[in-house]
Write a protein that binds this ligand. Structure first.
Ligand code: NI
Length: 162
């Protein structure tokens, strides 16, 4: 299992660089990330979370296939918002409801370097948006009202010190 970096680590706060080669090494890395994601009982894992400042993430939600998004871009978002509870392997034990666009359209490359476009809603759209934020140095708590964020992070730090 790869180490998962937690909030406070610089690698989680940078703007990740595009992936430019889809070689065997990249394929092996993706496999290791799926293993790490599952061992952590997560549904998504972005490269910066394992210390790699590159623009890709892996995900798998219940009843769906394994999905890989390389150099993803959200090209459309709905005006309608959905509220969903989010958590993150990089902020263990912190969960909060968060509004995001209910539907999105995303363009990306898969692990073999094939380009695709995907329309997504529900939990799938939610996870894609959460993971894509990681590539831009954004954590879900950043999107919460300041008071909620401060309260949750104080509780988190207290637990970490205990
Ligand atoms: Ni996360």
């Amino acid at each position: 299992m790869m180490d998962i970096y937690t909030i406070g680590a610089d690698v989680l706060r940078g703007n990740a660089a595009p992936v430019d080669s889809f070689d065997d090494e990249f394929a092996a890395l993706i496999e290791r990330m799926f293993v790490t994601m599952k061992q952590g009982k997560g549904v998504g894992l972005a490269a910066p979370q394992v210390g790699i400042p590159r623009r890709f993430f892996v995900m798998q939600i219940d009843g769906d296939k394994q999905r890989v998004f390389v150099n993803p871009e959200i090209v459309e978002t709905s005006m309608e918002l959905d509220s969903f509870e989010e958590g993150c392997l990089s902020i263990p034990g912190v969960y909060a409801d968060l509004d995001r666009p209910a539907e999105i359209r995303v363009q990306a490359w898969n692990e073999r370097g094939r380009r695709f476009t995907l329309g997504a809603d529900g939990f799938l759209a939610r996870v894609i948006q959460h993971e894509l934020d990681h590539l831009n140095g954004v954590l879900f708590v950043d999107r919460l009202p300041e008071r909620t964020r401060d309260r949750l992070l104080k509780q988190y730090e207290k637990r970490m010190r205990a």
